[in-house]
Design a protein around this ligand. Structure first.
Ligand SMILES: O=P(O)(O)OC[C@H]1O[C@H](O[C@H]2O[C@H](CO)[C@@H](O)[C@H](O)[C@H]2O)[C@H](O)[C@@H](O)[C@@H]1O
Length: 234
């Protein structure tokens, strides 16, 4: 990959799972190197603060795995946004407790891994791939009658509040300093990252898809998280 920042001030948006860290059988099973948070802070310094992590995980979960993060962050697909200063730009809202209970009651007897998140609930099928379609259909049905939305990702379906997506997170950060006016690049591996790729393209930048998933919107490709970390010198 070229060093784009030598040509134009760059704003970098990085997905987490499957992009900075390898996918694992469970959300808890990821291996994060001890120096990732420090590497991201240094990368952000090189970009004069124009770096944001944009993840499906909530920010607190990212920090549980990485340690304290001093870069800008978007958690829960953009339902919460935090500036590098620590100021919350957008705060998430939990799902109604009865909905959470209902989804757990449906999934647990089916032996589906439930990830209770601060602003959503995810059903994981990496160890139960045959249940992928059924989980998605079930959550779509709950979403319709509860006024909620479903995000589909790699072996995961998640119920969240409508309105949050990674494209919106990019647009929000790009509207403010220090991001405004830079060339935005979004690096991600999953379906939810397509919104980020499209937002960057519309703002004059581009997407970089990680791995072999076909992408409509990305302009470049990197093979795996190791290649991403090498490119970014993390
Ligand atoms: O937007 P991301 O940072 O890529 O987060 C997306 C989801 O990542 C996690 O699930 C994914 O990674 C797990 C660990 O490797 C894997 O077991 C699972 O199959 C993947 O879908 C996380 O658990 C979710 O909450 C995120 O939404």
């Amino acid at each position: 990959m070229r060093n784009f920042s030598a040509e134009h001030p760059v704003a970098l948006f990085l997905d987490f799972d499957g992009t900075l860290v390898d996918l694992a059988p469970t959300p808890e099973g990821i291996v994060v190197s001890d120096d990732l948070a420090d590497g991201l802070a240094k990368l952000s310094d090189r970009l004069d603060g124009r770096l944001a992590l944009i993840s499906g995980r909530v920010i607190a979960d990212l920090e549980r795995h990485c340690g304290s993060l001093t870069v800008a962050c978007g958690g829960s697909h953009g339902a919460e946004l935090r500036a590098a200063t620590g100021q919350m730009l957008v705060s998430g809202e939990p799902l109604p407790a009865p909905v959470l209970q209902e989804v757990s009651n449906w999934a647990l007897p089916r032996d589906i891994l439930v990830e209770a998140k601060a602003y959503g609930i995810a059903l994981h099928t990496r160890t139960r791939p045959a249940m992928e379609g059924e989980c998605a259909l079930y959550l779509e049905q709950v979403a319709r009658r509860s006024g909620l939305a479903v995000k589909l990702g790699k072996r995961v379906a998640e119920l969240i509040r409508p309105g949050a997506d990674k494209g919106e997170a990019v647009r929000r950060f790009m509207a403010e300093m220090p991001f405004a006016g830079a060339l935005p690049i979004f690096v991600g591996d999953d379906l939810t990252d397509e919104d980020g790729f499209e937002a960057c393209s519309a703002l004059g930048g581009f997407g970089v898809v990680v791995g072999d998933r076909p992408s409509q919107a990305a302009l470049h490709r990197l093979d795996n998280p190791k290649a991403v970390r090498e490119w970014l010198e993390l």
